[in-house]
Design a protein around this ligand. Structure first.
Ligand code: PMP
Length: 376
């Protein structure tokens, strides 16, 4: 008999995971409310880019209906792929559904990014790409956004030539600007896989590249029902891609990755697009209204946004205000915004767009904080 050896989880970890990457997930609302002594029921939650109107009426009805939670769903996602095919006018074989678009991102990494492979991002941007890269041992080549959050065409193109994939949201999170089609065209000529994340496209004037993705092996378009569809907690997203790429994802995903409730609510949402589109238009109008009102306070500088949030730079000319302090002042007033503790965003705050009443509360809270600052 050999000597007794004990399993050592740290020792056994894959080398890429010896230091596990941290993802700065949303904080729990109840816990933060308790910490700041506010009633959770009155909180205006503007940190997660969720839809303040919630699911569509038909989705709510479906969730109360008989969607059979005791059965496994369809591993082939036939009904869902057919519904999305009708909605976007793309072939069903070019659609793959995931438990959030996060899962599609993870599947792309599993398929294409191994130890030492490079991916390109343009920071500041959505944190999942770098997180998944770390999990899979990939290396992130970041080509930071330029002044005014403009994309660095030359830098991105050069980096893409040396990389497996490029991940960019359009509109970008957290800056709110969209990716010029000319940039996508240039990136498609580099040989890298271009993943265009359209999580917020329904709030923008930009045309989706989903149909292009269905015929172009180098392009994947990501979409989600977390924002437009108001289903963030149910987890439903999807990708549109060339059928050959879709087939690879379908063969490597977990068979029952879409839960029964999410399937029912997603199918109903695609039957209720008129109301979801109308809510998206209201939120876009509110985005312009809240941006103008906050800009009018003098110390807040909203960047033009095409998404369901606005990034604000804080401080008057020559003055620097810490985002963290403003976040805390807002939290005390029951407003929960998003703060990013990174060098370029430390004097910024991101707020999601709420209902008109919620936005009025956000504006009032910022006004109060401004007056408090002026009193010193
Ligand atoms: N992409 C972007 C740009 C996002 O901001 C988010 C959500 N914060 C996601 C994808 C993830 O969406 P889902 O809920 O579908 O996983």
């Amino acid at each position: 008999m050999g000597a007794v050896r004990r399993f050592d989880p740290q020792e056994a970890l894959r080398p890429a995971l010896r230091s596990i990457p941290a993802y700065a997930a949303l904080e729990d609302l109840d816990a933060v409310a308790r910490q700041y002594g506010v009633d959770p029921a009155t909180v205006v939650k503007v940190d997660g880019n969720e839809n303040p109107y919630g699911p569509s009426p038909k989705a709510l009805e479906a969730l109360r209906g008989d969607y059979q939670p005791h059965r496994y769903g369809d591993a082939g996602q036939r009904r869902l792929r057919a519904a999305i095919s009708r909605y976007l006018d793309v072939p069903a074989e070019s659609v793959v559904c995931g438990s959030g678009s996060d899962e599609i991102i993870d599947l792309l990494f599993r398929l294409f990014i191994g130890e030492g492979d490079r991916i390109v991002t343009a920071s500041p941007t959505f944190g999942m790409y770098a997180f998944d890269a770390a999990l899979h041992g990939g290396e992130v080549v970041d080509v930071p956004l330029l002044e005014g959050w403009a994309f660095d065409f030359e830098g991105l193109e050069a980096a893409a030539r040396e990389s497996k994939a490029v991940f960019i949201p359009s509109p970008n999170n957290p800056t709110g600007n969209t990716v010029p089609v000319a940039l996508v065209e240039r990136l498609l000529g580099t040989g890298a896989l271009v993943v265009l994340d359209e999580a917020y496209i329904e709030f923008s004037h930009t045309l989706s590249l989903a149909r292009r993705a269905a015929t172009e092996p180098g392009l994947v378009v990501l979409r989600t029902l977390s924002k437009w569809g108001g289903l963030a907690g149910l987890r439903f997203g999807y990708g549109v891609m060339h059928p050959q790429v879709a087939d690879l994802l379908m063969r490597t995903k977990q068979p029952y990755n879409i839960n029964a409730a999410a399937e029912a609510a997603a199918l109903a949402s695609f039957e209720d697009t008129a109301i979801l589109d109308e809510r998206a238009r209201t939120l876009a109008t509110e985005r312009e209204r809240i941006s103008a009102a906050l800009a009018g306070l003098g110390w807040l500088h909203p960047y033009p946004s095409e998404a369901v949030f606005v990034l604000l730079r804080l401080g008057r000319e020559g003055q620097r205000i810490e985002g963290k302090a403003v976040r805390d002042s807002l939290r005390k007033r029951g407003i929960f915004p998003r703060f990013f503790d990174t060098p370029r965003l430390r004097d910024h705050i991101r707020i999601s767009i709420g209902t008109p009443e919620q936005n009025d509360r956000v504006i009032a809270a910022f006004r109060e904080i401004g007056e408090e600052q002026a009193r010193g």
